[in-house]
Design a protein around this ligand. Sequence first.
Ligand SMILES: *Cc1c(COP(=O)(O)O)cnc(C)c1O
Length: 416
Amino acid sequence: MTSPVWHPFTQHGLDEPIPLVTHAEGAALYTADGRRVIDAISSWWVTTHGHRHPRIMAAIREQADRLDQLIFAGWTHEPAETVARELVAMMPRPLDHVFFSDSGSTSVEVALKMALGHFANRGEDRSRIVVMESSYHGDTVGGMSIGARGVFSRSYAPLLFDVERIPFPEQDRAALTLDALERACMARPAPAALIVEPMILGSGGMRIYRPGVLRAMRDICAAHGVLFIADEVMTGWGRTGALLACEWAQVVPDILCLSKGLTGGSLPLAVTMASGEIFESHRSTDRARMFFHSSSYTANPIACAAAAANLAIWREEPVRERIADLVRRQTEMSAPLERKVNNLRQIGTIVAMEVQDAQGAYLSALGPRLLAFFRERDVLLRPLGNTIYVMPPYCISDADLTRIYAVIGEAVAAVA
Ligand SMILES: *Cc1c(COP(=O)(O)O)cnc(C)c1O
């Protein structure tokens, strides 16, 4: 019997097996046919502390006994208040306002709307958005518009709006990026915002750039009054070794997007944090200037309770030590691959590499072969074309991490 489920980023015509998972614990997924699979990519970058962290699960259970869902326009509840208060305390100044939504893509849409609303409310004609080429900001129409164009967006191109693109800052060509940004900021009408994935492009191939470039981009934006939006949907919550990737360059954005690890990866929730300046430009006695955005499940109380538990874990458990330990283990265990792969690289808990010399396009024939190779060996890895990356939950054991690298080593040998 075939399933009626239509899966994301899945070509059903290829009839690839779709494992049925019944439960999970820590870094392990358990399937209906009795396999234990190592979750080497944190269930698509969301699971930070590990699956089913006891505190997060308890918070979800307790909240489910009190309040399940509430309209959030003009109403509030304790879990949302707690999360907002604690996020403001945890994140850098002046990110003093917290707008809830339910996915990373939505947090980005909200950020763009905040930026445009900010200038519109001040009577300034500024709507252009500047982005870095090869970026990824989600699969909604706005997210696709500002993200890299390719086979994934081709059919929808007529719906997408134009943006200004600056080149990715390759090692020796950062000046090209900064000059392009400078020019974009000086063009008239001036752009409203630059949006970037700080320090590393995720879906764009786990490409890392230097903190000096991030710092310089932030400075250029500040000098021209262009809002600086950091999409930390993937990089937030310790992924790059710091709470926020922006910390590597000691920059603070005007608008910050967070999702994935916000609930420890347990329930869908996102926030867009904004500076007082952006909040104030929307505040007025004029109802036409309010921020026109909502979705039904904005600040869902159970998701907020999970996020509050995540924040308590960050406060009270040695999360930073666990991350530092994983960073060290990732370095050690990936080192033997150095001479067997191209461009082995690491930032924080993320290790990436290319196999073979192929051009790394998403539809590279190698991708599905690698995927199948790893699936058959009970390791969940999902290469981006010929880029293999490892992004495990922070609780992963030495044995599981060793197994992941052993299987990658086998795959590299098989391909060679
Ligand atoms: C995953 C991701 C998004 C989209 O988040 P969803 O929750 O999948 O909508 C946006 N930006 C970045 C950088 C991401 O990695």
